[in-house]
Design a binder for this molecule. Structure first.
Ligand SMILES: C[S@@+](CC[C@H](N)C(=O)[O-])C[C@H]1O[C@@H](n2cnc3c(N)ncnc32)[C@H](O)[C@@H]1O
Ligand SMILES: [Zn+2]
Length: 252
């Protein structure tokens, strides 16, 4: 595997406060001046969770997309795709797939990811890989869509044995298993208007489809399978209400 990239070569953002202001302007234009005080935009609660569970050290964000609540002065912003959906240009400064992280094992004190694990056909492969990239005592912090409060509400939850099978089959990212389910129960119901320009056949490989569907307990089970201790979870993220959050720790 290519492990050529050094963390020291990454252009970390020095001024976090300025970066946050710029990001709001990028997304909302002049309306950012008052919008930033809305909880869903400022995300004070979620930022605080990251402050608590990733208090120091260097982190990696996977699937950053066009927004982040990570501490950007010490978090590498990564994505596999330059844009997500129709026009959302990624904030990522480095590009690689979630299960092909080109940094040495044990490099990170935390790995943070929002609304991305559900886009992977083989989430266990990614979680084992993320655990390898963590230092001992490192944490994985995930904010994920909750089946009951997101576009997947008409889909069945994905049981652990299915995820284990995907791992054993070394399922590739463009696996078509869940395409019909996603198309019929999400796209055709009009729950993802921003993905309407995708052909059904391209959904999986575009990185835009939710392969799997979970609630908090399902992720706790997955963490247990991977050998991560769950040290925090919250079923409903107050400033991103379609989401739950879960934090797992790699033991020494
Ligand atoms: C729903 S967006 C979430 C973006 C942002 N984190 C947020 O919460 O708004 C999903 C993100 O996962 C990224 N993604 C999809 N498949 C990926 C993969 N195999 N590896 C890394 N990132 C991936 C997409 O490019 C996109 O930025
Ligand atoms: Zn699957």
């Amino acid at each position: 595997m290519n492990q050529a990239i050094k963390i020291e070569d990454y252009p970390f953002i020095n001024n976090e406060a300025l970066f946050i202001q710029k990001s709001y302007f990028r997304e909302y234009g002049i309306k950012a001046v008052y919008k930033q005080f809305r909880p869903g935009i400022g995300r004070a609660w979620s930022r605080n969770i990251i402050k608590l569970y990733a208090a120091d050290g260097t982190g990696l964000e996977i699937g950053v997309g066009e927004r982040t609540i990570a501490p950007v002065s010490r978090t590498i912003l990564s994505d596999a795709f330059e844009s997500h959906g129709a026009a959302d240009m990624s904030l990522a400064k480095v590009f690689f797939r979630a299960d092909e992280i080109p940094y040495a094992d044990g490099s990170f004190d935390f790995i943070f990811s929002e609304h991305t694990l559900e886009h992977l056909a083989n989430p266990l492969k990614a979680l084992f890989h993320w655990k390898e990239k963590l230092a001992d005592g490192g944490r994985i912090i995930l904010f994920l869509p909750h089946q009951q409060r997101c576009c997947d509400i008409y889909r069945e939850r994905t049981p652990l044995p299915h995820i284990v099978e995907d791992y054993k089959k070394n399922m590739p990212d463009d696996d078509q298993t869940h395409v019909n389910d996603f198309y019929e129960n999400v796209v055709l119901r009009g729950l993802t208007p921003h993905y309407d320009h995708y052909n059904k056949e391209d959904l999986a490989s575009s990185g835009n489809m939710h392969h799997h569907v979970w609630i908090t307990e399902d992720l706790a089970e997955l963490f247990q399978y991977v050998g991560l201790d769950v040290i925090f979870s919250e079923d409903c993220v107050p400033d991103r209400q379609d989401s739950f959050v879960i934090v797992g720790e790699k033991q020494n």
